[in-house]
Design a protein around this ligand. Structure first.
Ligand code: TEU
Ligand code: CA
Length: 629
């Protein structure tokens, strides 16, 4: 293994996949130009020189931290790989369900499993081939089910195991597939393993978690939680602390313990024996931590918003554990996996998903959810043109070797529509434009519930209307140093509750979601399923046409992609498979723009979010077109 030192050159670092992603992330985060890294003079610089130049901004420990990270990474070649093999999950349109907010059948104000079963025909009709369910396991619901108490049981809020079995068989009866959310970086503190671990230092479960001693009431290291404050929970009446990167009820599992890993594989096999088709793996890149759990670097911490992250976002045994898990749990069932991998860039993404490496099938990377230099709780307007930069880069650097997941919305983020167009002026056009890109790039689309209806952020007015633990903790933290109104504004810019408001099924009270009192505010705003089903020009109808189009065109699923060089905000590309060729042209700006002069001759129009006047040389605001060549 090559070892990096302060005498290494920028070039050497950039040639290492992890090094390249780290540099890309840092430049993005610091709002620096990436062109600099293409400059040979800059590439020839020694890190020591760079360290001298950046002394004012960057603390000394930063460079050691980066070098340690690079030197800990092993196994960094992708080798020959391609995403050419035919697989159901490449051909599918996935639909993410947040069960709590999907459909309530018993009037308790919370969505449930029978509610999902009741809406399967809607989903089938939309063109969804596979469903991903956010966690429905037995849980105290501290983080809405991402804190699991019993992996083998269904939370009574959502129904019973019989309800689940019925759902699964009804999904399969419709030739659809179902994947579960697998939360195995941490368990609830109410999980039996943790209960035993906390009760006795001699318990074998003690070593299922990261329990450390620390005197004087201080946490064992300086890592901070994703949900504010230190990432440690004190165990009562002792000097012992347990690591928890998320809430104080989400205890990180110790993946270095082989017994723990076997117990995890067992529960995975149990669900696969039931017949589920695969899993979305929650924060799966966080499972391996630097041995000894050393302090995190302050500079990286302030840049990324969380201290300690360099010790776990790409841990030393990550690849090893993923391979083992695949071999022992997923492969025997040919199960599909998509990893949720915050912080992972293209090159490390390749290492995780290249077919020949036998780790994951796909990942969710989050590099496009905010503009460079911005983070989720910043108030700003997202420029859709950044999607062109982002997707061009991924298509070129990643797309042909690995399969990209294509998504904008999920349960952890405000709606993309609202980020780009907070006024809502272009709601329909923009919805359709985003969908065109999502359904025609090389990759697998994941729709998040409500996206197909053009759902936007909820106009919340008070902190009392929010339910998410992340938002509530952050607010409590912010008001220590800020006016309440400012704190609220910031929280509302990024709160995950925007995406968690109940589905709008119809225009009735509580948008047809529940006959009771909804657990989170919902307001019918005219973009409900019922009214859109009856309207050919609705966002929903457009999604349905797109899904059908994608299914019938192999060029989109397996074809090559060629992105047109344009210097405007027009994002244009062709997709080609044998003699079948498709051309997509999108205006990513709210201005009219001339069509690219290097475009192929107009062919037969398939779909557009505007009615087309022949011979028109202009792309209108957020206009999108698909045609056959
Ligand atoms: O999210 C992990 C994650 O890193 C973020 O997207 C998360 O939303 C957080 O806000 C980081 O600032 C996954 C789940 O999707 C999320 O719902 C859970 O809360 C989290 O893991 C813990 O299980
Ligand atoms: Ca219910």
């Amino acid at each position: 293994m090559k070892q990096y030192t302060i005498k290494s050159k920028v070039r050497d670092i950039y040639e290492n996949p992890l090094g390249r992603d780290v540099i890309d992330k840092l430049t993005l985060q610091m709002g620096m130009s990436e062109k600099r890294f293409k400059n040979p003079l800059f590439r020839g610089l020694k890190l020591a020189t760079l360290r001298r130049f950046t002394k004012k901004k960057v603390d000394a420990g930063f460079w050691d931290a980066v070098l340690a990270l690079l030197n800990s990474a092993s196994d960094t070649t992708v080798g020959r790989s391609s995403d050419a093999a035919h697989k159901w999950w490449k051909e599918s349109v996935f639909y993410q369900i947040y069960p709590r907010s999907f459909y309530d059948t018993n009037g308790d104000g919370v969505g449930d499993i029978p509610g999902i079963t009741a809406k399967l025909d809607y989903l089938k009709d939309l063109g969804a081939d596979a469903l991903w369910l956010c966690p429905i396991y037995d849980s105290p619901q501290d983080d809405n089910g991402y804190d699991i108490k019993d992996y083998y049981a269904i939370d009574s809020t959502f129904g019973t195991m019989e309800d689940f079995d019925l759902l699964l068989s009804e999904v399969h009866r419709r030739d659809m597939r179902l994947i579960m959310d697998l939360v195995i970086n941490h368990t609830s503190d109410e999980h039996e393993w943790f209960q035993q671990a906390a009760a006795s230092p001699d318990s074998k479960y003690r070593n299922y978690y990261h329990v450390r001693k620390s005197a004087c009431g201080n946490p064992p290291n300086n890592w901070t939680s994703f949900f504010s404050g230190p990432a440690w929970k004190p165990l009562p009446d002792t000097d012992d602390w347990a690591l928890c990167l998320f809430s104080k009820k989400q205890m990180d599992l110790n993946w270095d313990n082989p017994d723990m890993r076997q117990d995890v594989y067992k529960l995975i096999r149990w669900w696969l024996d039931k017949g589920v088709d695969g899993f979305r793996l929650d924060v799966i890149n966080l499972i391996s931590k630097t041995p000894g759990l050393p302090d995190g670097n302050d500079f990286i911490g302030s840049l990324m918003g969380f201290r300690g992250i360099e010790h776990y976002f790409y841990g030393p045994h990550l690849h090893e554990y993923l391979r083992e898990m695949r071999k022992e749990a997923f492969d025997p069932y040919d199960a599909f996996t998509v990893g949720e991998t915050p912080g992972i860039g293209i090159e490390t993404g390749k290492l995780l998903t290249a077919e020949n490496r036998r780790e994951l099938d796909m990942i969710f990377s989050f590099d496009h959810l905010e503009m460079p230099g911005k983070s989720r709780f910043d108030e700003y307007t997202y420029d859709a043109a950044f999607l062109k930069t982002h997707f061009t880069r991924w298509m070129k650097q990643y797309g042909n070797e690995c399969r990209m997941s294509l998504f904008y919305d999920n349960h952890d983020n405000p709606r993309m529509l609202s980020k780009i167009d907070p006024s809502g002026r272009y709601r329909d056009k923009l919805s359709m434009l985003l969908a065109v890109i999502q359904f025609t790039l090389r990759g697998t689309p994941f729709i998040y519930q409500g996206q197909e209806l053009g759902a936007v952020n909820m106009p919340f007015h008070s902190i009392d209307e929010l339910r998410d633990i992340e938002s509530l903790n952050l607010y409590r933290e912010l008001i220590k140093t800020m006016q309440q109104a400012d704190a609220l504004k910031k929280v509302l810019s990024g709160t995950r509750d925007h995406a968690r408001v109940p589905m709008q099924w119809d225009a009735s009270v509580n948008s047809g979601f529940t006959a009771g009192e909804p657990w989170l505010k919902t307001v019918a705003d005219g973009y409900d399923a019922e009214s859109q089903l009856g309207n050919e020009n609705s966002v929903l109808s457009f999604y349905k046409r797109l899904a059908r189009f994608r299914k019938n065109n192999d060029a989109i699923i397996y074809g090559e992609i060629n992105i047109l060089e344009t210097d405007s905000d027009i994002f244009a590309y062709t997709r080609k498979n044998g003699s079948e060729e498709i051309y997509v042209e999108c205006n990513l700006s709210p201005e009219q723009i001339n069509r690219p002069t290097n475009r192929p001759p107009d062919g037969e129009m398939v779909l557009s979010n505007y009615s087309i006047d022949a011979g028109n040389n202009i792309m209108r605001e957020y206009e999108a077109r698909i045609c056959y060549l």
